[in-house]
Structures are given as C-alpha cells and as structure tokens.
Write a protein that binds this ligand. Structure first.
Ligand code: RP5
Length: 161
C-alpha cells in the first residue's frame, strides 16, 4: 500500500530513537515510509520532500532531529500537512536543545512537538490524525486506549495481591 505517513530524520544516527514511531505505525497497520532528510546537509532534498509529500499521498509527517533541530519546522513551513516533531536527545544538553529548537515555532507554522525521545507518541499521534477521517483506525485507537486502561487496572490490582 502507498505510504500515508512519512517518517524522516536528520541523520541515520536518529534511527534508534525514531524507530519507535515506525513500530507504532506498524502496530496499527498504517503504511509509512522512512528516510534521512537533513535540513542542513541536504537542503534541496528537504524542500523537494516537503513540497511533494501531499501530492504523493502522505497525510502526516513525523520529523525527528537532534541538536539544532530545524527539520520539523522547515518541513512544516513547506507543506500543508500536519508535522509532528520529535526532539532527538544527543550527547550534550540531554535533548533540551532539540526540544527548544522544535517547539518554539512562530505563529502560523505549527509543529506538534512530542517529548524528548517521544517517537512512539509521535507515531500514535499520526494514527490519531489519520483516524479523524478513518473510522476503522479510530476504533483501533479506542481499543488500544482501552487496553492501556486495563493494563493499569491489572497493575493496580497486583499491588494488593
Ligand atoms: C542532526 O544532527 C541530526 O538529526 C542528528 O540528531 C544530529 C547529529 O547527526 P550525525 O552527526 O550523527 O549525522 O541534524
């Protein structure tokens, strides 16, 4: 099936963090594509990727980057699609640099920023975005949420065994 979500990252070194987004999408059987697109090292590729994403059928983009993490914001400026930013933690500053680079977007150019290293939530948020117009996916998400509730109830009960 043609990909509905694009997962991009500034470097292949971001993959250990970003893989969780791919796993979440796979869990919900949402077709996705993965690629390295750098805002600084492959500027033209980034522009092309973002400008063609909607026409290629993507419905959301998950973009992860670390340090001076400009990729999510630049892509959001170039596409009308929803962009979810993942701050990738690097060796220095514990990912605070990545978070602040991604979250402080100017009015008019939103990036839905998840927590530092929060790629799983980025994948789940992409599922919810698609689910707004897809009842089957929305039901899957509701079941997933019910599963979380059940899990917590079981752990709660186990505390008292
Ligand atoms: C960022 O620079 C990338 O997203 C990555 O988090 C960071 C380091 O990249 P590498 O030097 O590991 O390629 O643009």
């Amino acid at each position: 099936m043609a990909p509905l979500v694009g997962i991009i990252m500034g470097s292949d070194s971001d993959w250990p963090t970003m893989e969780a987004a791919a796993l979440a999408l796979a869990e919900f059987e949402v077709p996705f594509e993965v690629g390295v697109v750098s805002a600084h090292r492959t500027v033209r590729k980034m522009v092309d990727y973002a400008e063609t994403a909607a026409d290629r059928g993507l419905q959301a983009i998950v973009a992860g980057a670390g340090g001076a993490a400009h990729l999510p914001g630049m892509v959001a400026a170039l596409t009308p699609l929803p962009v979810i930013g993942v701050p990738v933690p690097l060796k220095h500053l514990d990912g605070m640099d990545s978070l602040l680079s991604i979250v402080q977007m100017p009015a008019g150019v939103p990036v839905a920023t998840v927590s530092i290293g929060g790629a799983r939530n980025a994948g789940l948020l992409a599922v919810r975005i698609l689910g707004a117009a897809d009842p089957v996916l929305r039901t899957k998400m509701a079941n997933f949420q019910a599963g979380l509730e059940k899990l917590v109830a079981e752990k709660d009960a186990a505390l008292r065994e």
